[in-house]
Design a protein around this ligand. Structure first.
Ligand SMILES: Cc1cc2nc3c(=O)[nH]c(=O)nc-3n(C[C@H](O)[C@H](O)[C@H](O)COP(=O)(O)OP(=O)(O)OC[C@H]3O[C@@H](n4cnc5c(N)ncnc54)[C@H](O)[C@@H]3O)c2cc1C
Length: 398
């Protein structure tokens, strides 16, 4: 493994760094660190969209795409460098679903027409996407989903309910999986669709998260007509496309990098803040906690580098069990971090955002939000099951 970047990559990192440092200094104070603020608050959503336009103008949202679809054929490692810098600055402007998941999926498995229709608006930050997968009875066990799509002429008619749909209330389009063959069980008989969220018959209701913000939604489909040309891949074979999505950005570098910045700020706070006449930084209990966080963050970062290096050598699919392991490492570390942050701040850790609260009052929110990160995109238990079967050769448990 070689951790060194070549001079061009270093120059690129500096360019990303300069951009995010300057632009994120203009973020609204509520921006904080989370998707909850981005989707939940108008001021943050507007800032996110403005940033997206700036990134689009630089061609950075589509850098890794082939040139024929407006990209620059950038290697994976450059995408990784971008994500690392973005994570450090808590950078706005990258649609996690359109840019992060759908675009690479279409590039692999979409038709030429679908690529031509849907990729350019993503690259230009004109349209934003949402992910319509989970259902009230199908989360970890996604293959048991019951939303139905029935062929009727040139359309499919969709009926059912999705839930935990992050940002559906902001999205223009959604990618959805639905059952097209009820005779088939489990993952067979599921198809993958692109859905205009303004289609008649779609109802979106907010589901407030633990800390009270509007990230999640429940989305109802009542006889919603989706043109058949919006099916990605073949009928009843959508599971493959949905699983392919899981192979894109899997290193969790954004979260490790975000935590590196968080640690720098917490360390500064401990140096500046006195309790009982002494700086917190002299308290041995606190010092050890900070040291352990530093060790864990660097371990995670090295692991993320290993994953992307491995993917560059062997293809995206090489993430496999490493990706599941990185998800557990990163999200559980994030949770531990926010608990420790709250503990160090003492009672102030429970104070909500205000200009008077230490560290902007961010730990009150981060503490509550950190719980859900272990679930979104697959729970820690499910990830551990994947490590068991993919890496340790143990029998599958589901
Ligand atoms: C922050 C966040 C964002 C999300 N965004 C989206 C989104 O945009 N779109 C979308 O479609 N969904 C989204 N989700 C939903 C997410 O994918 C599901 O919450 C997740 O897959 C778990 O499903 P569930 O909530 O139904 O829990 P369940 O599957 O019911 O799990 C309940 C508990 O049982 C455990 N469990 C389940 N199966 C097993 C097993 N085989 N072995 C061991 N333990 C098991 C789980 O680990 C969990 O602790 C989001 C969730 C969160 C928290």
């Amino acid at each position: 493994m070689d951790f060194r970047f070549n001079p061009e990559q270093e120059a690129l990192r500096k360019e990303f760094d300069d951009f995010f440092r300057e632009e994120m200094a203009k973020a609204p104070p509520e921006w904080g660190t989370s998707m909850e603020a981005m989707f939940g608050l108008d001021v943050c959503w507007e800032f996110h969209k403005k940033m997206a336009k700036k990134l689009a103008a630089k061609g950075w949202l589509s850098r890794a795409w082939p040139r024929e679809y407006g990209g620059q054929d950038a290697p994976l490692i450059e995408q990784f460098i971008f994500s690392e810098v973005q994570g450090y600055y808590r950078g706005a402007g990258v649609d996690p679903w359109g840019v992060g998941m759908l675009a690479p999926t279409l590039l692999y498995g979409g038709s030429d027409e679908q690529k031509k229709e849907h990729l350019p608006p993503i690259a230009r930050a004109e349209l934003f996407w949402t992910q319509l997968w989970s259902e009230p009875g199908a989360g970890s066990d996604l293959a048991s989903l019951t939303t139905r799509a029935t062929r009727d002429g040139d359309d499919y008619v969709v009926n059912g309910q999705k839930i935990w749909t992050s940002g559906a209330h902001r999205a223009d389009w959604g990618f959805m999986i639905a059952r097209t063959n009820p005779e088939e069980k489990r993952s067979r008989g599921i198809s993958f669709f692109l859905v205009d969220m303004k289609s008649p018959g779609i109802t979106i209701n907010p589901v407030l998260s633990l800390e009270g913000s509007h990230l999640f939604n429940e989305v109802f489909f009542d006889d919603v007509r989706v043109p058949a040309r919006n099916m990605v891949g073949k009928e009843n074979e959508g599971w493959l496309a949905s699983q392919m999505m899981s192979n894109f950005e899997r290193s969790m570098i954004i979260l490790f990098s975000f935590l590196r910045r968080e640690l720098e700020e917490l360390v500064e706070f401990c140096k500046e803040t006195k309790r009982g006449g002494k700086p917190l930084a002299e308290n041995p209990h606190i010092r050890h906690k900070l040291a352990q966080l530093a060790i864990d963050i660097e371990t995670g970062r090295a692991f993320a580098y290993f994953i992307v290096w491995n993917q560059e050598k062997h293809g995206l699919i090489a993430a496999g069990s490493y990706a599941a392991a990185a998800k557990v490492l990163a999200t559980e570390l994030n949770q531990r971090f926010s608990y420790i942050g709250c503990e160090i701040l003492g009672l102030y850790g429970q104070v909500e955002y205000s200009k008077w609260a230490p560290l902007n009052g961010k730990y009150e929110k981060e503490y509550l939000q950190s719980i859900s990160l272990n679930m979104g995109g697959g729970t820690s238990e499910v990830m551990r099951n994947l490590v068991c079967s993919l890496a340790l050769g143990l029998p599958r448990s589901w």
